[in-house]
Write a protein that binds this ligand. Structure first.
Ligand code: GLC
Length: 471
């Protein structure tokens, strides 16, 4: 390892990073690997549009384009109390939405965590736990507020790729986001939850199976009628939009009126599993090999919160191995798979202290790297910015693909976005907006990005309402 003095003698600067020539060359190379040009972004958006068309046409396509069987939008006049159970990541939420009939609603929700053994064990254990959470919620709720109406209809937000065959029926296509439970093959997901509730004597009827993006879309259109797209930028990423039923060619049968709309869950996270378009780096490949679902969800793995920290960790370790960071020392924690939580990236991006004290805290106190210099920390910050920026730009390509597919650019539209990345990651929104401008010029101003917090739960309760009325 070159001494500190040698570092100073050969010091070079790129942006606000200053280090040895070797360090700068390595940072330069990372910058090349992770930067996506405007042309590439356009190519990604175009390719997503092509895949969307294929998915609408036939089953078993890369981008599944799952019909939700959710008919249109709510009117705002609906009334009643509905439950939602929202499973999609490490957190599980149970909520009750009271629709008040004047376009307004109230919401009460409770969070539970889903442990790693539950996420990767037998499905029945997971479903028993889900039923237990609903039971706990109802017990807590009725003792807190005995006046509240007792809701009995539940919308189940199951945020994974599903082959949906009715508003309340569907089987798992594949797990994502680190879930890998056994015993789901061919089983109806609603039936599995209903059975688990029965085993616990919880008198709740599961009336709808909902993807989180579809929930977000429905909840956001309730507030903003010009909403065309519901998006999740969180642990995973995905988008749902309204499609003319006549365009969903693979949907045979059904009694639909001409021009009728249906929410479609794109499952865009699966885009480009063939790796023809996305500029995948060695750091992405390393992550992919270690994931529970290798060679799939390529787009999601470059964008979403479950994966970004791991990409950073891979790039950081590469520089450690090349003798260019931390005097070539890693730590047990930094060496551990998935140890670089994406929330550390938020902390590092937001670190405006002159000596990057918060970055130092993450590296030295949380990940136990023995010693870092200011240059080390600046390089790590630069890597984080590169990975975070690439994610936001790729997400923008997805938004544009769907908005253009819907021909909604000229007129303008709202996009409801839920998820921790969008809500909490510094500059994520600004980077999306910058990329939108590169993609569609001034028309970008017509795409309103609206934070749709808790949309998936609220939307599922609203869909439970629609499903109950339809019965
Ligand atoms: C994953 C799931 C998808 C979900 C998304 C966001 O991509 O497959 O169903 O909508 O994560 O939670």
């Amino acid at each position: 390892m070159a001494s500190w003095i040698t570092h100073r003698v050969q010091a070079t600067t790129i942006g606000n990073v200053e280090g040895t020539r070797e360090q700068m060359a390595a940072v330069n190379e990372l910058e090349r690997d992770f930067t996506i040009s405007a042309e590439k972004l356009r190519e990604v958006a175009e390719a997503i549009k092509v895949e969307m068309m294929k998915g609408l046409e036939k089953d078993n396509q890369t981008v599944p384009m799952v019909p939700s069987f959710v008919p249109g939008r709510l009117t705002g006049k609906e009334t009643g109390s509905f439950l939602a159970l929202d499973l999609g990541g490490t957190n599980l939420r149970v909520c009750q939405v009271n629709l008040l009939g004047d376009g307004k609603f109230t919401l009460r929700q409770e969070k539970f965590t889903v442990s790693e053994p539950l996420r990767t064990g037998p499905a029945q254990k997971l479903f028993d736990y889900l039923a237990e959470c609903v039971d706990t919620y109802l017990t807590n709720y009725s003792s807190e507020d005995p006046q509240m109406p007792h809701a009995t209809k539940l919308g189940f937000t199951f945020s994974f790729a599903v082959n949906q065959t009715a508003i309340n029926r569907g089987t798992l296509l594949y797990w994502t986001k680190g879930f890998n439970c056994s015993g789901m093959d061919g089983k109806d997901i609603v039936g599995m939850l209903q059975d688990a509730l029965l085993r616990k004597n919880v008198s709740v009827e599961v009336v709808a199976l909902v993807n989180d993006t579809v929930g977000t879309l429905i909840a956001q259109s309730y507030r903003e009628p010009d909403t065309v797209l519901g998006v999740i930028l969180g642990t995973g990423t995905n988008g749902a939009y309204y499609e003319k039923v006549s365009n969903i060619k693979k949907l045979s049968g059904g009694n639909y009126s001409p021009g009728e709309l249906m929410a479609v869950n794109t499952e865009w996270g699966a885009f480009d599993m063939e790796r023809h378009v996305l500029p995948v780096t060695p750091y992405d490949n390393k992550l992919d090999r270690k994931s529970v679902n290798p060679r799939s969800q390529t787009y999601e793995k470059m964008i979403s919160g479950m994966y970004l920290g791991e990409i950073v960790r891979n790039a950081v370790l590469h520089l450690v191995d090349c003798n260019l960071l931390f005097e070539a020392h890693s730590s047990v924690d930094l060496n551990r798979l998935w140890s670089f939580d994406s929330s550390y990236m938020s902390t590092i991006e937001a670190d405006a202290t002159p000596d990057l004290a918060h970055t130092q805290h993450v590296l030295e106190s949380i990940l136990n790297v023995p010693k870092t210099t200011l240059t080390d920390r600046r390089i790590v910050k630069k890597i984080v910015e590169l990975v975070g920026t690439r994610a936001a730009r790729l997400a923008a390509a997805g938004l544009v693909a769907v908005v253009e597919h819907c021909d909604a650019l000229e007129e303008g539209c709202s996009v409801g976005i839920d998820g921790s990345l969008f809500q909490h990651y510094p500059s994520f929104r600004e980077r999306i907006v910058a990329a939108l401008h590169e993609l569609v010029g001034d028309n970008a101003d017509r795409i309103k990005l609206i934070e749709a917090a808790d949309g998936s739960g609220i939307g599922a309760a609203m869909i439970a309402c629609l499903a109950s009325v339809k019965k």
